[in-house]
Design a protein around this ligand. Structure first.
Ligand code: A3D
Length: 306
């Protein structure tokens, strides 16, 4: 299997390291900045004798190296600066994504594309449109990270292991994020058996602002440890055809009453990419919030390059 990562910055290079250590595939690391992917790759290679493991990793500043990849991860683009919303990144990253996706369309027609660049749901939509790929082939990593953040905050609050928590977040990876306490449980017991409404509300707000909190603390750049872990967990499900359900940004064509939008929903993933979109039985309040987020994305889609 060949996995290419386009963008060798913080998220891309850490994803390469995690993938290499998983031994899932040959890895190609690409960046537009001359020397960056090569430097990071030499550094990653040097760890092989220490780890006693011969993973294959190659670098290039030439995107044609992605030819015939099975999976392509796009982490190329700018990150948010403190105070900047994901939507403000839209114009610059859309241009970068468009160029990259035109190349993917030519060079790796059968690949599964995992978009990471923000604003995530809009970039996923753009990638799907520019490549012209089938909708199962293009997905965005965003809400699996948000789900992990929600679970982590619950675990810390209750002082219990993360593994006991089944959290659920849908919606946009951004201001329209929708953590769902009704679909979140601890060993099968509903969250509201453990926490009162006020505490749950507090955790929801903390989950929604977690990305910006990290951006503000770092001062330069955004999160990459948890994002790279989330990307690799998606890749593993696809590469091993595990048919597990994970929240990802998927193109909806009537599911949840939403059409022609990429937004975060639970999906069953396997070797074909998105193999099934799972429709949760949302109540009116949840459905209204999701529909409103989708409508806001619909407005922003108009700003995407054609
Ligand atoms: P950073 O460390 O700046 O790396 C981005 C890399 O992309 C840089 O090395 C650039 O040189 C490179 N690049 C820019 N244009 C191109 C191009 N045309 N071809 C190849 N490489 C190019 O950022 P990062 O790794 O921290 O984040 C990368 C992107 O992921 C940003 O848009 C972030 O906002 C986004 N991100 C998303 C999540 C989600 O959960 C969705 C999490 C973390 C980061």
């Amino acid at each position: 299997m060949k996995i290419s990562i386009i963008g060798s910055g913080n998220v891309g290079s850490l994803t390469a390291m995690r993938l290499a250590q998983e031994g899932l595939a040959d890895i190609i690391l690409v960046d537009i900045v001359k020397g960056l992917a090569q430097g990071r790759t030499l550094d990653l290679e040097d760890a092989r004798p220490i780890l006693k493991y011969n993973y294959n990793i190659k670098a290039s500043d030439d995107i044609s190296e992605i030819k015939n990849s099975d999976i392509i991860v796009i982490t190329a683009g700018l990150t948010r600066k403190p105070g900047m919303t994901r939507e403000e990144l839209l114009n610059k990253n859309a241009q970068i994504l468009k160029e990259i996706c035109l190349k993917i369309k030519k060079l790796a027609t059968r690949s599964i594309v995992i978009v990471v660049t923000n604003p995530l749901d809009l970039m996923t939509y753009l990638a799907l449109k520019v490549t012209g790929f089938k909708r199962n082939q293009v997905l965005g990593m965003g809400i699996s990270l948000d789900t992990a953040r929600f679970a982590n905050l619950i675990a810390k609050e209750l002082n219990i292991p993360n593994t006991d928590i089944e959290a659920c977040v849908i919606g946009t990876h951004g201001e329209g994020m929708l953590p769902l306490p009704r679909f979140t449980s601890i060993k099968g017991v509903a969250l509201d058996e453990f926490l009162d409404d006020k505490k749950i509300e507090e955790l929801l707000n903390k989950t929604m602002s977690r990305g910006l909190e990290i951006v503000s603390l770092l001062g330069n750049g955004s999160a990459y440890f948890a994002p790279s872990a989330a990307i690799v967990s998606i890749i593993k499900v696809i590469a091993k055809d595990e048919k597990r359900t994970i929240g990802i940004s998927a193109y909806l064509n009537g599911e949840y009453g939403i059409k022609d939008i990429c937004i975060g929903v639970p999906c069953r993933l396997g070797k074909e990419g998105i193999e099934k979109i799972i429709e949760l039985d949302l109540n009116k309040k949840e459905q209204d919030k999701l529909s409103n987020s989708a409508a806001s994305l619909g407005q922003l889609i108009k700003q995407l390059p054609s």
